[in-house]
Design a protein around this ligand. Structure first.
Ligand code: ADP
Length: 617
């Protein structure tokens, strides 16, 4: 049965109650109406007949008095006019006998009337006035009184009955009133109770359903609405259950997939031999891998995860973290010298920090991953290489000096005369010796810088003088190549604090490179300007530029761009970078092949009172 039918059925008791009340009302009202009519038909008619008969009788009596008075003709006319209607009324009364005792009274009346009438006829036939007089008083008057008395009896009988019946009617109508009120109340209460209980039964599934919906909304996906039947609510409940089922399945499956994804990502970072720490956007540790737990003794349990880590490691990790979370992109180490030492059971380990941002859906940084690459072996190799280079360079110095001296003496003819051809060969040998000496000097310089054995003489120096000194040695070469040299210095930046000689070396190296790699008609500009707390130097050229794949490695020792035009041994930029870093600065470049390159470096702008940057790292 549909919900509509059920609700319609629920109205049936009320409708039935209304019907019952209606039937009762019609019945009782009909009865009361009948009772009134009965009084009219039964009694009022008799009363009317009696009154009319009395009227006629009195008229007949008047007619008799007329006759007694000698007005015989008028008397007889009057009597004739009333005789007939009286008899008619009498007939009516005979046909309308309704009360107990009325029948006998009517018989009495008919008899009395018959006597009066015969007496009247006898009276009318009397000839003499005296006899008429006596006949009237002696016979007719008593008959008149008898007839009137009989009439009065019937009249009283009917009037009494009317009073009685009217009383009864009044009582009955009071009863009917009570009955009607009772019927209405009973029908209304019964109908309402039945209707509301039926409506409640029809709508109970709605509350079951709404409870289920509420529980589902609170997250209880196992909830179901138990509703029997075939109506619309049962259908709705079935649809609801199907929806809850689908939701539960979805929740189960998505949770499962999520857990699996999390487990596999945890397994993959655990499989890395190097420690990995994942930070949230607020900087808190979100996750670590097993290597991090073992090597750094870092654990997620307890308050601050980084608290247990050795201070120097913590400092490095925090630096990388703030670099990445600060939105400055991935953090790449500049070299092995950034590696931090960690004590371990099997000997010291060197860890090189790298950082990469974790991007959120909107593209913003929502976290950072810090990986500490174990570079112990690589660092040893690097140290070994540096040592070897330093030793070789050192060992080369003395023989090279005597070689140069010997070639020089021979070339100058000190050791005896030489032919022109021999002189050419000796000049070529001397040039190569000079280059070799330069490389050996550079290598020694570099190894001294790297090992921290160089003390910087930091003092205020004139920016203009430094820039000028950097350009001066290259003016001739630039002029030869048709390259314009220019310098630009920001006003108010008259002095910088640095080791003048080395700063000049750095700039000079950069200018030399720029001139070497710029073709005819190009330009090389050297600039110095303020940048926050630092001074920024730039050497910009309009030369051939450097391809992006080489830009990363260009500061490495001995690295030269393959196929590049002549140059040194690939040490110039390494030395420059070492010197800049020794000052506490940074160095980099931006370059576009075919357009030009800009090499830049910054130096901290230390005030006079502050100590000079130390060289120890
Ligand atoms: P070198 O002493 O051999 O020049 P550097 O370390 O100074 O070594 O430079 C390394 C390499 O970088 C060079 O071989 C050169 O190819 C490239 N390079 C340096 N400066 C520039 C520049 N301004 N334009 C193009 N290439 C450059």
């Amino acid at each position: 049965m549909s919900l509509r039918d059920k609700l319609l059925w629920a109205q049936v008791p009320l409708a039935l109650a209304l019907l019952v009340v209606g039937v009762v009302a019609v019945g009782t009202l009909g009865r009361v109406g009948h009772a009134g009519q009965d009084i009219l038909a039964d009694n009022y008619r008799s009363v009317l007949a009696m009154q009319r008969i009395i009227e006629h009788l009195e008229r007949l009596d008047s007619a008799a008095l007329f006759i007694v008075a000698g007005e015989r003709r008028r008397g007889l006319e009057l009597a004739d006019a009333h005789l007939q209607p009286l008899e008619v009324e009498l007939k009516v009364q005979e046909d309308n006998v309704t009360e107990p005792g009325e029948s006998e009274a009517t018989v009495q009346l008919v008899r009395a009337w018959a006597r009066y009438r015969s007496t009247y006829e006898a009276f009318a036939a009397v000839e003499t006035p005296a006899a008429r007089h006596s006949a009237y008083f002696n016979e007719l008057a008593p008959a008149f009184r008898d007839a009137k008395a009989a009439l009065q009896v019937i009249l009283a009988l009917n009037q009494d009955a009317m009073v009685r019946k009217s009383d009864a009617l009044q009582r009955q109508s009071r009863r009917v009133n009570t009955l009607m009120v009772t019927a209405v109340v009973v029908a209304l209460v019964g109908g309402l109770l039945a209707s509301s209980s039926l409506t409640q039964r029809a709508l109970r599934p709605v509350s079951v359903l709404s409870q289920a919906v509420r529980r589902l909304g609170q997250g209880d996906l196992a909830t179901r609405a138990v509703v029997q039947g075939e109506d619309e609510i049962a259908q709705l409940a079935r649809d609801f259950n199907a929806m809850a089922e689908a939701l539960q399945r979805y929740r189960r499956s998505s949770l499962g997939e999520l857990l699996q994804a999390q487990a596999s990502s945890q397994a993959s970072i655990d499989s890395l031999p190097d420690p990995v720490v994942v930070f949230g956007v607020e900087g808190g540790v979100l996750n670590v891998n097993r290597a991090a737990e073992e090597v750094l003794r870092l654990s997620l349990e307890g308050g601050s995860a980084l608290g247990q880590v050795a201070p120097e490691v913590r400092e490095v990790v925090e630096r990388v973290r703030s670099h990445v979370l600060g939105g400055r992109g991935p953090y790449l180490p500049r070299g092995y010298e950034e590696a931090v030492r960690v004590e371990a059971a099997e000997g010291d380990r060197w860890l090189l920090p790298r950082g990469s941002p974790v991007y959120g859906e909107g593209g913003g940084v929502v976290g950072a991953t810090v990986l500490l690459q174990d570079v112990t072996r690589l660092r040893r190799f690097d140290e070994l290489k540096n040592d070897l280079v330093a030793t070789v360079a050192h060992e080369f110095r003395t023989p090279l000096t005597s070689l140069r001296m010997a070639i020089h003496l021979c070339a100058e003819g000190v050791a005896g005369p030489i032919t022109e051809k021999q002189a050419d060969l000796l000049y070529a040998a001397r040039e190569d010796c000079e280059r070799l000496q330069g490389i050996v000097d550079d290598l020694l310089d570099l190894s001294r810088l790297q090992s921290g054995r160089v003390e910087l003489e930091v003092r205020p120096v004139s920016t203009e003088a430094v820039l000028e000194a950097a350009l001066a040695p290259h003016r001739v070469a630039a002029e030869e190549r048709g390259v314009r040299l220019a310098m630009a210095q920001e006003p108010g930046l008259e002095r910088v604090e640095a080791d003048a000689e080395r700063l000049q070396l750095v700039l000079s190296n950069l200018v030399a490179n720029a001139v070497r790699h710029t073709s005819h008609g190009g330009e090389v500009v050297v600039r110095a300007r303020q940048e926050g707390e630092r001074v920024r130097f730039e050497v910009e050229d309009t030369g051939e530029g450097i391809a992006p794949e080489h830009q990363q490695r260009i500061f490495e020792k001995f690295y030269r761009v393959p196929g590049a035009s002549t140059g040194g041994a690939g040490l110039g930029l390494s030395i420059a970078q070492e010197i800049v870093q020794a000052h506490g600065g940074e160095m980099g470049l931006s370059s576009q092949p075919g357009v030009g390159s800009t090499f830049w470096f910054t130096l901290p702008r230390t005030g006079g009172a502050e100590s000079a940057p130390t060289f120890e790292r």
